[in-house]
Design a protein around this ligand. Structure first.
Ligand code: ADP
Ligand code: MG
Length: 380
């Protein structure tokens, strides 16, 4: 009996109601792109190791700023590596009735959509995570007979603090509610049952294309709205007492984090910026609050985005924020802001930024083996 009580106490300590999970923060630097660098100034950021990078100090050119994160993904990092290190480990929890969320944060042009969606040749987090969900479910079904699984998706957008159903484009702003068990629900949101990855593909692709076409007509809407894919796994016991567990995975391509006041947007766009900033600003407050663990109220209710994610961000949920940054000077101030948000620590180094050793953009393709053998970084 004593042993049992001790075990129970240990479990309570580990997962007691007071515990709120940290949000893991990864930073991904995309490769340098000539086209983005009108003045040909070269990169102003470079990776130093698996957790650190450095950036020019704009206040004092004789100094460099070094930042540390949970994970740093350098410009050579593949889509597969990002998935394996930042996303794959959290997916099994969805099959156990727990919630999780993955966000891509950062200025427009820094690689959020590349990270989340990717391309046919370089699929991103979304297709890989969905495949993984189906693989895990299949393995579970093979292994045991007690539980039955069903997988489904919803796909929505938060634009101007409105919640829009991307699987039912004509729908109006949807309400966000909380049920008696503190689960966040959106009554009226389309939920599409899925039986395979190709099933997912069939529903997801036209919906995401809808979003892209709308975007060019409406002031690059895609950079101003949050695109949210929800994968839901419901697990039902085949035998009495027929217990049921639901796990949710949110995969979010956030609106651009750039400061719209500087780019001189006016009128409707300024109003949009305000709304976007409210959701992003609140998200950063929520993440800060969870990660510094200062206690007090987490301001989930202050924006639609954070309200929607309340049951899948912090608490007992597993969350990862991938902060995307670009190396060109054009992005400097937005990079700087994003890094200050993402950083675990920051340090001033008393020497100028060493541009010569930054990895040059790749000419032709080199294999990873060559890079691993140390053939990188010397040229330029
Ligand atoms: P965002 O969604 O943040 O606005 P995108 O994902 O559209 O940015 O990226 C901007 C451009 O940079 C795209 O052409 C994209 O293909 C390219 N890009 C972004 N990240 C990478 C990367 N890690 N490797 C190669 N190309 C990238
Ligand atoms: Mg994008």
């Amino acid at each position: 009996w004593i042993k049992e009580m001790a075990q129970r106490a240990a479990v309570n300590d580990a997962a007691g109601p007071k515990r709120t999970a940290r949000v893991r923060v990864a930073v991904r630097l995309r490769p340098y792109m000539d086209k983005q660098d009108e003045k040909s100034e070269g990169p102003c950021v470079r990776g130093l190791g698996p957790q650190t990078l450095e950036i020019v100090n704009w206040r004092n050119a004789t100094e460099t700023l070094q930042y540390q994160f949970d994970v740093f993904h350098g410009e050579q990092t593949t889509q597969q590596e990002v998935f394996l290190s930042s996303v794959k480990p959290i997916i099994p929890h969805i099959l156990n009735g727990q919630n999780a969320s993955v966000f891509a944060y950062g200025p427009t042009g820094a690689g959020k959509t590349h990270t989340m969606l990717g391309s046919q040749e370089q699929p991103g987090v979304i297709p890989r995570a969905v495949r993984e969900v189906f693989q895990l479910v299949r393995a579970q079904v093979k292994e045991q007979n007690e539980w039955e699984f069903s997988v489904g998706m919803s796909y929505l957008e938060i634009y101007n603090e409105k919640v829009l159903d991307l699987l039912s484009p004509k729908s109006q702003d949807l309400p966000i509610r909380e049920d008696k068990d503190k689960n966040i629900i959106i009554p009226g949101l389309t939920h599409t049952p899925l039986s395979s990855f190709s099933d997912f593909h069939t529903h997801f692709v036209p919906a995401s294309l809808n979003r892209t076409t709308a975007s060019t007509k409406l002031n690059q809407r895609s950079s101003r709205s949050h695109a949210i894919l929800l994968m839901k796994v419901v697990k039902c016991q085949r035998v009495p007492p027929h217990r049921q567990q639901t796990g949710k995975l949110y995969l979010v391509d956030l609106a651009g984090s750039e400061d719209n006041r500087r780019t001189g947007n006016q009128g409707i766009r300024l109003k949009e910026s305000g709304a976007i900033n409210l959701s992003l600003f609140t998200l950063s407050k929520v993440v800060d609050c969870l990660n510094t663990g200062t206690g007090g109220r987490v301001p989930y209710r202050d924006s639609k985005l954070t309200r929607l994610l309340q049951d899948s961000l912090g608490g007992s949920a597993h969350s990862v924020m991938i902060t995307n940054i670009a190396p060109e000077y054009t992005y400097y101030f937005d990079t700087f802001t994003a890094l200050n948000f993402a950083a675990k620590s920051k340090q001033i180094i008393n020497r100028p930024f060493v541009r010569e050793t930054v990895l040059a953009p790749m000419n032709g393709k080199r294999s990873r083996e060559e890079q691993d053998a140390g053939g990188s970084g010397e040229h330029q």
